[in-house]
Design a protein around this ligand. Structure first.
Ligand code: FAD
Length: 475
């Protein structure tokens, strides 16, 4: 009599997560080692694909994102198997993962790309929403269509987009910092952008090429994070027709720490929920949007293992995207870059970095299997990000907000109301960061000046003189 234990099926490479980091990792591995067996385990039925990728300059990149059925990826890569449902647990000693339906899979090299989930002001409150994926964006839209007033809490990219996009509903924006958008901007840039909130929005010139984040069959379970233009095609309109009002308690800090929020002790009135701010003011509203960042999705992987976690609860990774557990890599929102950063780079949980980390993790995994040397990729030399806020093109480079520079820096600013805002951060006479809002056409020149660390002391304020063609100047 033999007890037959099914041997876990062994896949050489296993990637967890069908967001941009995971999918890019799969693509990279497949191109590095076309014969490799690769398994992608992901919670939802759809994956995220990068399309129309464009390298704008040495470090700046632009791309669109499409949500596609995972079968599309399998059709592209014959050695790829996509596995559902989600990973329930990981055993790094036996090199196995178990999925929610009880199946066990073995791996030689594993890359965790499980993303993050919204940090909520309070858990399990039906009036507090986070926006992360297609499902939660649709839930938000549904609630908004019946709402007369909402409160948006937070000051990052999502909050900025929401306050601009939501119409037909009064919006109270609770910001703990002194200026709006402080994740991306300083007070000057915020000042430049504020008039856009009051102004009429321009008609959209052409239908957006990017995906509409509505799928015919919404992916079940924890989906991928949304990306640029997530609100395109989703009507963000409240119950009030023809009425737009925004209240900006901009200089008012909201209740901090978050967990001290006490919804139940607030007055019972006509609104379904009330929020108390640290300035003592109470606002009633239909619901609260909690847009205060993400928490890395690490839970299924931690139990029984010994992962080193960073202060922000991400899986620590080294300059080869390796976690502290053998043969386990991580990339994207779930990880925290713990190598010694280039002086001009910082991690931000953004779309572009998810792609870059997934790509580099795939290269590292292949290099390790093939015993080839590999060096930290060039994209981690200089932080760069292109996005749109309030319909302005926004380019952020290097230490764009003088992050970590202390008092030892100088700022040069050029601003034309309604047109452009240019800020340069100089340290020791060298350019270390820039914020470019509007069609400035300065990104490539500034990127070069940052990468080559030229001493700019002699140019002084001339650097931003609009009558000088700066490109010719440094050619
Ligand atoms: P995700 O895209 O979150 O993917 C994680 C994947 O892991 C998903 O497929 C999920 O199903 C899967 N998964 C999770 N747990 C498990 C498990 N246990 N087992 C199996 N699979 C699992 N960034 C920008 O650069 N520009 C923007 O304009 C921008 N706008 C945004 C707007 C919104 C509303 C949000 C929420 C984010 C936005 N971001 C933006 C951030 C950007 O979306 C993320 O940084 C990026 O998507 C992270 O990619 P990722 O692959 O690491 O994770």
């Amino acid at each position: 009599f033999y007890l037959r234990i099914p041997a876990p099926s062994l896949q050489v490479f296993m990637i967890v997560g069908g967001g941009i980091a995971g999918v890019t990792c799969v693509e990279q591995l497949s191109s590095q080692i076309p014969s490799a067996d690769i398994a992608l385990i992901t919670a939802g039925s759809h994956i995220k694909a990068v399309t129309n990728y464009k390298q704008v300059s040495k470090t700046l990149e632009e791309f669109d994102v499409e949500e596609r059925p995972s079968s599309v990826l399998e059709a592209r890569f014959p050695n790829l198997t996509v596995i559902h449902p989600a990973v329930k647990s990981l055993n790094t000693q036996s090199h196995t993962v178990e999925t929610a339906d009880g199946r066990v899979f073995g791996y030689e090299k594993l890359c965790i790309c499980s993303g993050g989930r919204p940090k909520l002001l309070t858990q399990d409150n039906p009036y507090v929403l986070g926006i992360r994926d297609t499902d939660s964006a649709q839930a938000f839209q549904k609630q908004l269509s019946k709402a007369k007033r909402i409160v948006i809490v937070g000051n990052g990219g999502i909050a900025l987009e929401l306050v601009y996009e939501v119409e037909g509903c009064e919006v109270i924006w609770a910001v703990k910092d002194k200026a709006i958008g402080n994740t991306f901007f300083d007070a000057g840039a915020a000042q430049f952008l504020i008039p856009s909130l009051e102004a009429d929005k321009p008609e959209r010139a052409a239908p957006c090429r990017r995906p509409r984040y509505t799928t015919e069959e919404p992916a079940a379970g924890s989906g991928s994070a949304l990306g640029p233009d997530w609100h395109e095609g989703i009507v963000l309109r409240g119950a009030e027709t023809g009425f737009v009002a925004r209240t900006h308690p901009l200089t008012v800090p909201f209740l901090f720490p978050f967990h001290a929020l006490n919804f139940s002790s607030l007055p019972v009135g006509t609104w379904p929920v009330y929020i108390l701010l640290t300035n003592g003011k109470t606002f009633g509203c239909d619901f609260v949007v909690s847009a205060t960042g993400v928490v890395p999705n690490t839970e299924p992987f931690l139990h029984g293992n010994n992962f080193a976690l960073a202060d922000d609860a991400g899986l620590q990774v080294d300059d080869h995207m390796m976690t502290s557990e053998p043969d386990v890599y991580a990339a994207g929102d779930v990880c925290t870059a713990c190598w010694e950063h280039s002086p001009l780079w910082q991690q931000m949980r953004l779309w572009t970095q998810a792609r870059q980390m997934g790509w580099y993790a795939g290269r590292c995994m292949a290099a390790h299997v093939l015993s080839e040397p590999i060096e930290l990729d060039f994209c981690f030399e200089l932080f760069s990000h292109i996005t749109k806020f309030f319909n302005y093109k926004v380019v952020l480079l290097g230490k764009f907000n003088a992050q970590g520079l202390g008092p030892n820096h100088e700022l040069l600013v050029r601003c034309t109301k309604g047109q452009e805002y240019v800020k340069v951060v100089l340290s020791g006479g060298k350019m270390v960061g820039a914020v470019l809002i509007g069609e400035t056409d300065l990104e490539e020149t500034f990127e070069n000046l940052m990468l080559n660390q030229m001493d700019l002391t002699q140019y002084g304020e001339e650097l931003l003189n609009p009558n000088i063609d700066i490109e010719d100047y440094f050619d």
